[in-house]
Design a protein around this ligand. Structure first.
Ligand SMILES: Nc1ncnc2c1ncn2[C@@H]1O[C@H](COP(=O)(O)OP(=O)(O)OP(=O)(O)O)[C@@H](O)[C@H]1O
Length: 668
């Protein structure tokens, strides 16, 4: 089996994936082989890798070469796709009435702005024609300037309305988009997260949504304003002198052509900027969230260097973008000036030959200047639109993805859960590492109310058992049954409602102890104080919380950093217990707690295990000794099962394991 990675860039991934599938289907592989391959297509941010069975390296290389060419021609069409624009604009639909109001304001304020050159020409002509009659000039000027002042006040009010409505609509659209992206992220199955760094997702959620939101509001507002001004200015120029208008605007078509090329470039480069920014956020996020480890190893300088390198990469793309932007803006500025100078020259000749008044020439010059400014406004709108399509395509990749394991839906049994758990012929490998098989043919039966301890070498898949029972992943073959029903058919939310979990390294949230415990409840509002305190006492949380000045309201810091290992464990036990689950999943902490903490945790566990089906991933001798059944996991299978005394008296895998594995009390 060979794995070939085809680097395809990051944009238009779904199109590239389709192209890859089409390409593979046209190849010589039989349909069975193809279906194996297509399942193994590994979609990632920057590459697609394909596993091809029974293909030698030379053929693989040929495939990579051909496919890369295909991708170049079919997969990454750089032109703006109509449906992309349509979809981008559809995001603004909920705000359509407010945006329509803002556009109304925009039309009025732009009309006011575009009346300035014409009015100025009129004023100049009044001054020019009444220069020998002071009183007439004064009264005419008073009238015209009074009207103009009123018009300008109206323009200012409309401008205020336009900017305010557009900006607030933009913020609301960004918020709506963030809500959508966040809920899509959380709906994905665990396997998807395994392949995606948190920093990258955070970047999509914060930066990309911001770009799209402002493109749909502020940029559109500015773009529309520029468009109205270009159209109105051109109309007025043709109205006053078609001949002079043609001379002045001759430069516009070539500039527009260059703007299109520039826009494509900006879209590609801005996607690269966003991707590299996501990479650097990923680096920062990982290091800041692991700051304890970084500090313990004194690796701050190395991490600073690492982050600097990642932002250097961002800078590299920003430089390219800046270069293109500088050339383009320099050019549009120059073309604006060319319009002015050609109008000045040709218009001056027309004034000398009395075919144009001085007032009209002045108006003309101002219109030319406005058009020059608006053309560069339009081009910046075009580049922002391209940028936002780049950002939107990254967001759609998330929004469009259907999770392989749904969050809700499926059968909700009417009978109360008894707690019978069965793993039947389970074969499993993690989606992010499909070549390593964790379970080959796992069979395990845990009867209702039974406490089963799983032991096995480190990395044998003990925690994976818990992940499969919680349906964080689906087995590749075989199934997990709950009260004789395949968990694939059950509502995942219902499953989680009945399983309480205490993981190996319990993660608490940065809120109070009370909120952390209540987090485990299905309906937090219905938890009575009495129930809450009983659970806290059972989990041995109550005593230590009484010593804290703020009691249950003590905030535990990020990931519960302000509590000791044993205290965190006990809060996690209370959190698992608050919903009164029928099944408990206990992944014991491997890190040794001190004797007192260990005793308190153990005591709490023994209390809460009563009357429940318990699957313990055991690291403590006391747990193993007290378990109803011990199952030994080795090489992807359960190789031995029985009670402690039975297993220890045999010369089997359990005894062998006990000899080599460090169970806490044995070590002591
Ligand atoms: N999300 C993941 N993606 C890919 N591989 C994983 C993932 N989680 C665990 N593994 C791999 O699966 C194997 C089993 O891991 P698991 O955590 O179930 O072992 P374990 O028996 O609980 O180990 P330990 O006793 O050390 O906690 C390991 O080789 C591990 O590297």
């Amino acid at each position: 089996m060979h794995v070939y990675s085809v680097i395809i860039g990051t944009h238009n991934l779904s199109n590239s994936l389709k192209c890859l599938r089409n390409f593979l289907s046209r190849q010589k592989f039989s349909s069975r082989k193809f279906s194996n391959m297509s399942q193994k297509i590994n979609q990632n941010k920057t590459y697609i890798s394909v596993e091809i069975p029974e293909v030698n390296t030379a053929a693989g290389k040929g495939f990579t070469r051909i496919f890369r060419r295909k991708i170049k021609t079919e997969g990454t069409d750089p032109s703006i796709n109509k449906s992309q624009i349509k979809r981008l604009f559809s995001l603004a639909r909920p705000e359509k009435w407010k945006l329509a109001g803002a556009i109304g304001f925009l039309l009025v304020s732009s009309t006011v702005t575009m009346s300035i050159p014409f009015s100025l020409g009129k004023v100049l002509d009044i001054i020019y024609n009444t220069s020998d009659n002071y009183d007439e000039a004064k009264s005419k000027l008073n009238k015209v300037c009074g009207v103009l002042l009123c018009v300008f006040i109206l323009g200012a009010i409309c401008n205020f309305g336009r900017v305010y409505i557009m900006s607030t609509a933009g913020y609301r659209m960004t918020n709506a988009l963030r809500r959508q992206v966040f809920s899509s992220i959380l709906k994905q199955e665990q396997g998807w997260f395994d392949k995606r760094p948190t920093g990258e997702l955070v970047n999509r959620l914060s930066a990309d949504t911001q770009i799209v939101g402002s493109a749909l509001s502020q940029n559109i507002s500015d773009g529309l304003r520029s468009l109205v001004m270009v159209c109105a200015g051109t109309g007025m120029m043709f109205y006053m002198s078609p001949e002079l208008a043609l001379v002045g605007l001759a430069i516009v078509p070539p500039v527009a052509g260059i703007a299109v090329i520039y826009g494509r470039f900006v879209r590609n480069i801005s996607r690269k900027v966003q991707d590299s920014l996501a990479d650097s956020t990923k680096v920062a996020e990982e290091k800041i969230s692991s700051i304890r480890t970084v500090k313990s190893f004194g690796q701050e300088p190395r991490e600073i260097e690492c982050y600097n390198k990642s932002i250097e990469n961002v800078l590299k793309y920003c430089y390219r973008e800046a270069k293109a932007r500088a050339v383009f803006y320099g050019m549009t500025g120059f073309s604006g000036h060319v319009i002015i100078i050609s109008v000045l020259y040709y218009g001056g000749v027309m004034v000398s030959s009395h075919s144009l008044t001085v007032g009209h020439l002045s108006s003309f010059l101002l219109y030319a200047a406005y058009i020059g400014i608006s053309v560069s406004g339009l081009s910046s709108f075009y580049s922002d639109l391209n940028k936002s399509i780049g950002a939107a395509s990254r967001i759609w990749e998330i929004i469009d993805r259907q999770p392989i394991i749904p969050m809700q839906g499926g059968v909700v049994p009417i009978h109360p859960l008894e707690g019978h758990v069965e793993f039947k012929n389970v074969k499993f490998s993690y989606p992010s590492r499909t070549d390593v098989e964790i379970f080959k043919n796992l069979v395990l039966d845990i009867k209702p109310g039974q406490a089963l301890a799983v032991v096995g070498p480190s990395g044998s898949g003990k925690s994976t058992l818990a992940a499969l029972l919680l349906r964080l992943y689906d087995p590749n073959m075989g199934a997990v049954f709950l009260d004789n029903q395949n968990i694939k058919d059950l509502d995942p939310a219902w499953i989680k409602k009945h399983i309480g979990t205490v993981s190996q390294e319990p993660i608490l949230f940065s809120c109070s102890i009370r909120e952390n415990i209540i987090y485990g409840a299905e309906e937090p509002d219905k938890i009575t104080e009495e129930h809450f305190l009983r659970v806290c006492k059972e989990a041995n949380v109550y005593e230590f919380v009484q010593q804290l000045p703020d009691g249950f309201e003590t905030v535990v810091g990020e990931r519960g950093i302000m509590l000791s290992g044993g205290q965190k464990q006990r809060v996690a036990i209370a959190r698992a217990l608050i919903k009164d689950p029928k099944i408990l999943l206990l992944d014991e902490a491997t890190s040794a707690l001190d004797a007192h903490s260990e005793h308190l945790v153990q005591e709490a566990l023994e209390r809460v295990m009563k009357g429940r089906t318990v699957l313990t991933i055991a690291h403590r001798l006391s747990t193993i000794q007290n378990a109803d059944v011990i199952a030994v996991l080795q090489d992807g299978e359960i190789v031995e099962k029985g009670k402690y005394q039975e297993l220890i008296s045999r010369d089997g895998p359990f005894k062998e394991l006990i000899k080599h594995q460090t169970f806490q009390e044995i070590q002591e």
